[in-house]
Design a protein around this ligand. Structure first.
Ligand code: GCV
Length: 689
């Protein structure tokens, strides 16, 4: 049975308690003069009705003309249509504004205290309305507000790894997929609410289905499942379903995309090849694109995982990835569509880290303008921490997007608290030196069509959307960072906590601190905080995959042996621009947190502070558990400040996380001791329990 009673996440709109703030808000926002023309403005009006109704503690009055006999009002509309907007905003300001930008400004007009929200487009106004509501949720003043805001990136996508028809979500920890393909084109209320959540943080694209569009051909794979996989969405009979979902997201300023299978001409068509240089194949894709756009006129485009983990690709025909991607680019080009072509390609290569660069860097300049190469933040696979991908800054002639993982595949899944925003900030702020000093990753993603961010989504059918309540912060934070990668983590955290848990200063401080301590804790007990990779259990098709510790399983990733630990990835270091390449290649200069990613070092190698490698690993694993204990205790203290249901939910998970962190610690320290044979200086290892 589908759940219908679910959470509002950060769109709670709790009533303002402070009388002075409430009165100021009521003066300016009880009466709303809002345009009605476009679909996005309809959404904006609905959101204002809900949001202001909650915040003001009474229903707002919505007007089709400026209200008279009132002390003030909120105006949402175009400058050319509203005198009050003209009084607040110059024409040149609107002309200079990005099409998704907006202005929120207070103005005195005909003796009334007014706020205007305006933009060059309806979508911009919708974003402006969400900004205003966010500000009110944080109880910030409206009397002298003057905000001119534009996104820093053009493409801000959420990628769903949802498997249509099976309703499962690959690496999803929040229940089954929210997309009910059996019932579509019938729509669910949940689609609208999800679209609201995404639009409120500025997401403008959604990929509906998993990049794995076909069950890999491997022993144990269930052949019956292949009949129900995502490649089928391209079939004519399924396109009305796609169109129905797209109609909901469109109203919220979000374009719909599909993951497609490279062999679709064979699977969904009747060709016997998918060779990108074959004329029939090109014709098939062009006709398929026409068909898709007949159903979804503003369709965003295709996302492709090719030649990776069992998915087909151009290598099957001895073609390269530019030839592969451009085939789809040409088909989408007449419709204004875009191909997101993933750089996550690896196979039979001695070290996975170098392969994306080896594959794609030589192809720089060969991709069509409407092809974006989508690059994971790091070279391995969403580990708790990785260096940036060396492809950032190495493809100046190519549109690139950074793929981040919102879902917590390797960071505790649905159980552990792990706030990813600081992790993402680290990636986005890292200087690539591509154009000399001062070329951080985020600048390579900014303000050019086809560049931006893609986040692997974390929502599912759970009533709270994300499985773990605190994981809502990752969805929120992703959206906010995608809109503006310059935002600092603290600002994003503060916004989220206030909107989600209210403005009690003790709660804001405690929850913010917990979130900020959560990633370092996970790093400590899952990696020893020295850059180890893939210490997780790693058997496909089992629930605990990538959750439990299993360091002995894939030693190639972390290099533990009798003589030391870590992997010599000097070849990877060479792929960076100077001075990053030298910094990573040098044991002395490499930052501690990446040391064992780049170097194989003796267990007794001394770090800067005189601690040995093995001792630091022990210390950090123990420290990680204490950090979780502290987070759990701080959360427990909020029991009379947070509502019972949410408090209990998070408290239970902290109990589970603490037990699991101990399991991680004990497994890891035993493993290190087994290889190093060096006891802990504090007598904690070997353990006698
Ligand atoms: C969608 C990792 C994950 C897979 C995922 C893959 C990818 O290997 O474990 O579940 O597949 O990355 O990003 O394509």
């Amino acid at each position: 049975m589908r759940v219908t009673d679910y959470d509002d996440c950060w769109l709670q709109y709790d009533a303002v308690e402070d009388p002075a703030i409430r009165s100021s808000y009521r003066t300016r926002c009880t009466h709303v003069f809002a345009s009605t023309e476009g679909p996005e403005l309809g959404v904006a009006r609905d959101e204002l009705r809900t949001g202001l109704g909650g915040l003001l503690g009474r229903d707002p009055h919505l007007w089709m003309h400026p209200p008279r006999s009132v002390d003030g009002f909120l105006a949402v509309g175009r400058r050319e249509r509203m005198a009050v907007v003209r009084a607040a905003v110059d024409a040149e300001e609107i002309d200079a504004l990005h099409e998704e930008g907006y202005i929120v400004r207070s103005v005195e007009w005909e003796g009334k205290d007014c706020i205007v929200v305006t933009a060059a487009t309806d979508k911009g106004m919708l974003y402006g309305v969400y900004h205003l509501l966010r500000r009110m949720a944080a109880r910030r003043p409206l009397a002298d507000v003057d905000i001119v805001e534009e996104p820093k990136t053009e493409e801000r996508l959420v990628n769903h790894w949802d498997n249509p028809f099976r309703a499962s979500v690959e690496r999803g920890y929040a229940g089954t997929s929210i997309f009910d393909w059996e019932q579509l084109p019938d729509l669910r209320e949940r689609y609208r609410d999800y679209a609201r959540l995404l639009a409120s943080v500025g997401i403008n694209g959604i990929v509906l289905n998993n990049v794995n569009t076909q069950k890999p051909d491997r022993p144990g794979a269930n052949p019956a499942v292949a009949e129900m996989e995502g490649w089928q969405l391209l079939r004519e009979r399924n396109l009305p379903k796609v169109a129905a979902i797209a109609s909901v997201f469109r109203r919220h300023g979000i374009r719909t995309y599909l993951s497609v299978n490279y062999a679709a001409p064979i699977l969904a068509g009747d060709l016997d090849t998918a060779d990108p240089l074959d004329d029939d194949v090109a014709r098939w894709w062009a006709e398929k694109a026409d068909e898709v756009y007949d159903h979804v006129s503003d369709f965003g485009g295709f996302l492709v995982k090719a030649d990776s983990e069992g998915q087909p690709g151009p290598y099957d025909y001895d073609r390269n990835h530019a030839e592969g991607a451009n085939l789809l680019g040409r088909a989408l080009e007449p419709h204004g569509g875009r191909v997101y072509w993933r750089a996550f390609v690896y196979a039979s290569h001695k070290d996975r880290s170098v392969q994306a660069y080896d594959t794609f860097e030589p192809l720089d300049g060969e991709f069509l303008d409407n092809v974006t190469v989508q690059i994971k933040n790091g070279p391995i696979d969403f580990q708790p921490r990785e260096p940036i991908s060396s492809l950032f800054g190495s493809m100046p002639e190519t549109s690139v997007a950074c793929e981040l993982q919102i879902t917590q595949e390797y960071t505790g899944q649905g159980v552990h608290a792990c706030y990813h925003v600081p992790l993402w900030k680290e990636t986005l702020d890292t200087d690539t030196y591509a154009d000399g000093e001062g070329t951080p990753v985020k600048d390579l993603l900014s303000r050019r069509e086809g560049r931006g961010l893609a986040g692997v989504g974390n929502v599912g059918e759970d009533p709270n959307w994300t499985g773990h309540y605190l994981a809502q912060s990752n969805l929120y934070g992703y959206g906010r960072l995608a809109w503006n990668p310059d935002l600092d983590a603290e600002t994003i955290t503060d916004e989220w906590v206030r909107q989600t848990f209210g403005n009690d200063p003790d709660v804001v401080e405690a929850v913010s601190d917990i979130l900020h301590d959560s990633w370092p804790a996970v790093l400590d007990y899952t990696t020893g905080h020295l850059g180890l990779m893939h210490m997780m259990y790693n058997q496909d098709d089992v629930l605990e995959n990538h959750y439990n510790p299993s360091p002995g399983e894939w030693p190639g990733y972390h290099g533990a042996s009798e003589d030391g630990i870590g992997v010599d990835r000097s070849e990877y270091a060479e792929q960076f621009h100077s001075p990053l390449s030298e910094r990573y290649a040098s044991v002395e200069d490499c930052p501690d947190e990446l040391l064992l990613f780049f170097h194989h070092l003796p267990w007794d190698h001394e770090l800067d502070d005189g601690t040995t490698v093995v001792q630091r690993l022990y210390d950090n694993c123990f420290e990680g558990v204490e950090e979780v204990r502290s987070m759990r205790d701080r959360w427990a203290e909020l029991d009379d400040r947070v509502d019972t249901a949410r408090h209990r939910h998070v408290a239970e998970r902290f109990d589970e996380q603490l037990a699991h962190a101990k399991h991680w610690r004990d497994t890891m320290v035993a493993y290190f001791y087994d290889h190093a044979g060096i006891p802990d200086a504090h007598g904690r290892v070997p353990r006698d329990d």
